[in-house]
Each structure stands twice: as C-alpha cells, then as structure tokens.
Design a protein around this ligand. Structure first.
Ligand code: NAP
Length: 289
C-alpha cells in the first residue's frame, strides 16, 4: 500500500489563499490591517531564518509587520520595555518573541509580559490554561498546524488511538491536549510518551495516529509502527546530509496509510497558523466575528 504523503507545503498554500481573502475583506469592510511584531535577540542562524520566513509570509498576505532586531547583550528590562510598548500599540495585534532567548534573560518573565490577547504563539500561562479548558483565545501554531493537516487530509481523529512522542510545552503537551478535547477534529484517546516511557515501541505500535516531536533522527523506525498508521513527523534535525525528521521516512512510509515528509510537512503549517492567529487577533481587537 502506497502511503498518502501529507503535503503541508500545499495545504499551507491553500490556507494562505483563504487568509488573503479574509485580510482583503477586513481591510475593505472594516479598514483593519492585521499587524505582527517579531523580536529577535542575537545572531542565532536558525532563529534568523524563522523570523525572516515570518516576515516574508506577512508581506505575501498583506499583514503589517514590524521586526525588532536586538543585540545579544540586550537586558531583560530592555526587552520588557519593547514588549510593553508593543502591548499598547494599536497597529500591532500579535507579538512574537523568537525563542530561545540568551541565557541571561528569563523566558517565563518575557512570556508573562506579553498581553495574552496579543500572544499569537499561545505560550502565555492564561492561554495555556484556556487551551486546557477547551476555550482557547489562540491555538499554539505547530499543534494547530498538525490538527489542520489531519482535518484537511480527511483523517478521522474521533475515537482514534493517538500516541504523541514528546512532552514539550510547545508541541507534545498542547497537541495531546487539543486532540483529547470533546470537539470536531479531536475526541481521540491520547497517550504521551517521553524519555521516562518504559517501552516506547509498545505504545507506538498501538497508534492509529502517531505524532512524533522528539528531536531525534530515526527515533521511530518501521518495526515500531503498525500497518495503516498515520504518521505526523514534527522533528527538524539538521544533519550534514540535510534536513531530516524524527521518523525513518523511507521504511515507515511502506507501512503507513499516510505520512508527513520533512521538509514540507508540519514546518510550513506552523508559519501559516501564526498568520491565522494574527488575523484572528486583529478581528478580536476590532470586535469582529
Ligand atoms: P524538546 O523540547 O526537546 O522536547 C522533546 C521531547 O521528546 C521531550 O519531551 C523528550 O522527553 C522527548 N524525547 C526525546 N527523545 C525521546 C526518545 N528517544 N523517546 C521518547 N521521548 C523522547 O523538543 P520540541 O521543542 O518539542 O521539538 C521537537 C522536535 O520538533 C524538534 O526536532 C524541533 O526542531 C521540532 N519542531 C518543529 C516545529 C515545526 O514547525 N516543524 C516546531 C517546533 C518544534 P523528556 O521530556 O523526557 O526529555
């Protein structure tokens, strides 16, 4: 059985087209232009690439973008002052501080300082709590991208055995939380695995849908999955040979019903969901919808 390749690169384009229409209408009908501010501290090459891609997506869609590049020796107080200004700026509906931060800056203090109504990454404790309660302001971008990939690829989550490998605050925990909610595109039975899991393969072999966010190349091999599994590979590992995910794609795709590639799977969805959250925030601030 040839696996369906879930192409995030194509699905994300489709969502971008939908967003373009929404943004044009917002502009024409309500004179609203969604605005996103990104703050980048230091010279981390991967972070520069991510921020550049977010800026490009804003331009493409007609979202106002403000990019703030700060030197690596920026103090926490200076960073908090930028956030405070952006919290009050009516042109800005989304504030994104690119992580990781330099070690001398406390990440939790920075996340706490962002207005939860402009927290388009959905990392603020209020937004994490609201997600847990099933009443989110915003859905976190990568998990939201995963859920959209499943929905738009016609994969049924209702009643499915979902196994998530990884329990980070940005991927593992929130996607597990979203998929166990009693609503459309969710209602699954969810298991979360991590490095303390005794027999990882015993869990992954049970999965109808396996979501892998471990940050380890070949963490999942063909002998660890059942026939007909749907595999979402969130991993991004930069090897000398190029970019690979966490799943041994070539062998696992022979057993899977559907699988995401790396690159071109979850990655492009994350950025487009950030754009979607910015548009949603602009609407919320304007009292629309
Ligand atoms: P993270 O914070 O490093 O968390 C990794 C998680 O995987 C941890 O919970 C860890 O367990 C677990 N883990 C690691 N090795 C394992 C193993 N062999 N067996 C079972 N569990 C294992 O990583 P993250 O931020 O969630 O990111 C995960 C991957 O996704 C990375 O490659 C990252 O680059 C990628 N990512 C991609 C996107 C995208 O847009 N495509 C977005 C975010 C992240 P412990 O908790 O026990 O340590």
């Amino acid at each position: 059985m040839a696996a369906m390749i879930i192409k995030g690169s194509e699905i994300s384009k489709q969502i971008k087209e939908e967003l373009k229409l929404e943004i044009t209408e917002l502009n024409k009908k309500y004179n609203v232009i969604p605005g996103l501010a990104t703050i980048l501290i230091g010279e981390d090459e991967a972070s520069k690439v991510y921020v550049g891609a977010k800026e490009k997506a804003c331009k493409e869609l007609g979202i106002y973008s403000e990019r703030i590049d700060l030197p690596v020796n920026t103090t926490e107080a200076e960073l908090l002052a930028h956030i405070e200004r952006l919290n009050k700026d009516s042109k800005i509906h989304g504030i994104l501080v690119q992580l990781p931060l330099p070690k001398h800056i406390n990440e939790a203090n920075v996340i706490d300082a962002i207005d939860p109504k402009k927290d388009v990454d959905a990392f603020h404790p209020i937004n994490v709590g609201k997600l847990m309660l099933g009443k989110p302001n915003f859905l976190p971008c990568t998990p939201h991208g995963i859920q959209e990939l499943l929905i738009r690829s016609g994969i049924e989550t209702d009643g499915a055995e979902v196994v998530v490998v990884g329990r980070s605050n940005i991927v593992g925990k929130p996607i597990a939380n979203m998929l166990l909610q009693k609503n459309k595109g969710a209602n699954a039975t969810v298991t979360i695995c991590h490095t303390g899991t005794k027999d990882l393969a015993a869990h992954t072999k049970r999965a109808d849908i396996l979501i892998v966010a471990a940050g380890r190349p070949k963490a999942i091999t063909a002998d660890m999955v059942k026939d007909g599994v749907v595999v979402i590979d969130v991993g991004v590992n930069r090897l000398e040979t190029g970019l690979v995910g966490d799943v041994d794609f070539e062998t696992v795709k022979e057993k899977a019903k559907a699988i995401t590639p790396v690159p071109g799977g979850v990655g492009p969805m994350t950025i487009v969901m950030l754009m979607k959250n910015t548009v949603q925030s602009a609407k919320m601030h304007a009292g629309i919808g």
